[in-house]
Design a protein around this ligand. Structure first.
Ligand code: APR
Length: 170
């Protein structure tokens, strides 16, 4: 039975096998959780990204690197949609980011993974809508046979944590 839980805090401090980075398509670092992960992992993370993914990735895609100085063995870099950009199916792209991150973790043999609230910072996705997509997508992927045993939603503020807790309780 896969455990799904909510924690309030800094994702770079978690000991899950993988932590997910809410990156941008260039995969060269940035602000928010991307910046925090790069600072905590050290410069080796950027060097690995440049070497392995010279052309970056597309929105919704997920790719792994090692964790370098982080406690997590792996960082799974994914890119969520920008909420304010028209002409795209935001909900589908956000779901893709969660689903593909879980599949990469599963293929790496990870047993646990921690997600930040993808797209809800700089990319402007309302937390309530994003959390609903995140929880639903994670539950669908588990039902589809993903072998991850622990999923952590790592929230950086109480508003986000309350959203996830309410969704998981319902
Ligand atoms: N641990 C956990 N969550 C965090 C942390 C942290 N250390 N720092 C920020 N967050 C939370 C934010 O509060 C927000 O809820 O991560 C969520 C995602 O916010 P952003 O990091 O801004 O990511 P996103 O909205 O997906 O925008 C991605 O921002 O940092 C740049 O390079 C990144 O261009 C990309 C864009």
């Amino acid at each position: 039975m896969t455990k799904v839980k909510v924690v309030l805090g800094d994702i770079t401090k978690l000991k899950t096998d993988a932590i997910v980075n809410a990156a941008n398509v260039a995969l060269r670092g940035g602000g928010g959780v991307d910046g925090a992960i790069h600072r905590a992992a050290g410069t080796g993370l950027l060097e690995e990204l440049i070497e392995k993914y010279p052309d970056g990735i597309v929105v919704g895609e997920a790719v792994p690197t090692f964790g370098h100085k982080l406690k997590a063995m792996y960082v799974i870099h994914t890119v969520g949609p920008r909420y304010y950009l028209g002409g795209v199916d935001h909900a589908k792209l956000l779901a893709d980011a969660y689903r593909n991150s879980m599949r990469v973790a599963n293929d790496l043999g990870c047993k646990s993974i921690a997600f930040p609230s993808i797209s809800t910072g700089v990319y402007g996705y309302p937390i309530a809508e994003a959390a609903e997509i995140a929880v639903r997508t994670v539950q669908e992927e588990i039902a589809a046979g993903n072998e991850l045993q622990e999923i952590v939603f790592c929230c950086f503020d109480h508003e986000a944590a309350d959203c996830y807790k309410e969704l998981l309780a319902s």
